[in-house]
Design a protein around this ligand. Sequence first.
Ligand SMILES: N[C@@H](CCC(=O)N[C@@H](CS)C(=O)NCC(=O)O)C(=O)O
Length: 271
Amino acid sequence: MSTARIQPTAFALSSSFRHLGLFNLRLPQSAAVSSNCFGQLRSYGTRRLAVSMSSVSSSNPLEICVKASVTTPNKLGDCPFCQRVLLTLEEKHLPYDTKLVDLGNKPEWFLKINPNSKVPVIKLDEKWMSDSDVITQALEQKYPDPPLATPPEKASVGSKIFSTFIGFLKSKDPSDGTEQALLNELSSFNDYLKENGPFINGKEVSAVDLSLGPKLHHLEIALGHYKTWSVPDSLPYVKSYMKAIFSRDSFIKTRAQPEDVIAGWRPKVVG
Ligand SMILES: N[C@@H](CCC(=O)N[C@@H](CS)C(=O)NCC(=O)O)C(=O)O
């Protein structure tokens, strides 16, 4: 794929950018624009327009609704499921427009397109689709290149880490075994990575990493803040894995701000 990068000096994002078929355009976050697609819609901006000649969607960025920050206007919020889908779009170099939804005050247009009222929601083939599992599978089918599918036998690796993290985070009794439960899951994951890493499917990142990465980001921030806890040095493969995922361009562009992650988990902690 032939690509070129352009750093625009004027940030007036016009729809004409969306019709370029040859360039990989990176726009700074300040390129947020308002959109008239929906009445009250604020657009987060087309964070990245990675457009290839072979891409079916080069003429129109995909529209995706994600959680808005509760701490900073016009910033992405702390939903790990939204980040999972954004990571998939980034890793597949698909152009997208991000619509921020205030989940504390869901707008009418959002409830209309998405009766289950959760984010993320994406428009594919003129239909709005919800649930990150369903969305990432649909993206894989529709845009198979580069492939991100994880072989089924590896798809549940690390899948208990998130629930054990939440159990430990919510726990008020230091001797209730929730910390140990999390350590057990992280330790199994460490052993797995030692044998099979650096990523869950080996050398290349795949869908399961894009699901687990945002959850580990929440774990790191929330446990660091509320419990002064961090992944122990005795689990070096987990630590390297987190570092590898967190330092990807795609992750840096789509990650939640620490203050939003902390605010997001507060109700669970204070309970
Ligand atoms: N299983 C869904 C979970 C999505 C989800 O729970 N989203 C949360 C934000 S992190 C949400 O929209 N909550 C709003 C609400 O429950 O009203 C997925 O994978 O997409």
